[in-house]
Design a protein around this ligand. Sequence first.
Ligand SMILES: *Cc1c(COP(=O)(O)O)cnc(C)c1O
Length: 434
Amino acid sequence: MKFCTTKNRNTQISFLGAVAKGIPDDGGLYTPSVIPLMEPSFFNNLKEMDFKRIAFRISDTLFSDEIPKETIYDIVDNCFDFEVPLVKLSSNISVLELFHGPTLAFKDFGARFMAGVLSYISQKENTKRVILAATSGDTGSAVANGFLNTPGIEVILLYPSKKVSKIQEQQLTTLGQNITALEVNGTFDDCQRLVKEAFACSELTGKIKLTSANSINVARLIPQSFYYHYAFSRISDAKNGVVFAVPSGNLGNLTGGLIAKRMGLPVHKYIAALNSNDIFSNYLKTGLFSPKPSVNTISNAMDVGNPSNFQRITHLFDNKLSQTRDVIFSDSYSDENTFKAIKEMYNKYSYLADPHGSVAYLAIKDFMKTAQRDYSYILLETAHPAKFFETVFKASGVSPEMPERLKSCLDKEKQSVIISSDFNDFKEFLLKSV
Ligand SMILES: *Cc1c(COP(=O)(O)O)cnc(C)c1O
């Protein structure tokens, strides 16, 4: 599979090339230049395949010209070693639980797959790599977990000080080994900027083999298309079409869904559910993309003021607003309503959702008001409710059950390095420590 950049359709780079480089030099993002259609036999047999089989078939179709089949098989087998349940809420709404991985959020899908691909690359090259990841909460721990103890790989996480939940912070700062957590005095957007500046700094890139691990890396993006195929195939009575509701921030999960559709999955519509960081819904309404500083919300993994995958989406739709609107519906929801939605979902369906999934629930209710048909809705639940214990407890009056792997990291001692949001400090840190 070949990739180009969002700035230039004529550049051509292999999958492994794009994974290793992370971000192209032209200021755009790597993005598929052509998305291959899966064969009809794939779609005909979807129902009979388990999640790993689906993931393997897609990966094999996309990457077998670059990665040996056995390696692809091993990567898939190691990555997706957890359940992906589809839980029925009502006759027409199901919840796809994407939080059964090691860090209890959907980021595990992409992060583990990328770790698998990158460790294949570094084995082949025999060089040390430094992975940089800015995180608004969940990316960091998912990435770090994927790479924990991988020989030849150092991971540096940047997170905004006091802007992630206590649990998220514990998950980020207690891993040790080859993982360092940088606590940045600034916002998530500052963290993302620092990473971008590091890649643009030739003094750094001349000395260190830097690799990015945000949703901007294509090895994280592609596996986020797998579960759309899986969930779609598990809906038995979708006569009127399937609508996916995606709690969105950097729009990487949504882009994974759009890629699945381009592979031939007949999804009717995607709902990009946003909290009050409403840049993307404003774009669909007005045609204007106006990034602004992110605001803090209770669904903090979606607090993004300049969604990085926006470029890929406009590239996919060739900048055509009306075609984008045909496929994506988007709106933004306040914390107050998200709070109420957690309670409503619990009262109505006995389902305890996290704040991100609850935003998607609000968007589904909204979409239904004007929907032409009785669609089947699949809500992507992106985090375990226990990761947002206080909010969920306050909203519902119910304590989410703490999974064992979360409990154990809460007792460990936090280890972070505090830095300012000034690039020179970050650069100095990198040059000194790597
Ligand atoms: C990262 C994250 C999101 C947003 O996903 P994007 O791909 O950035 O749009 C939603 N929910 C949770 C729990 C997340 O961690």
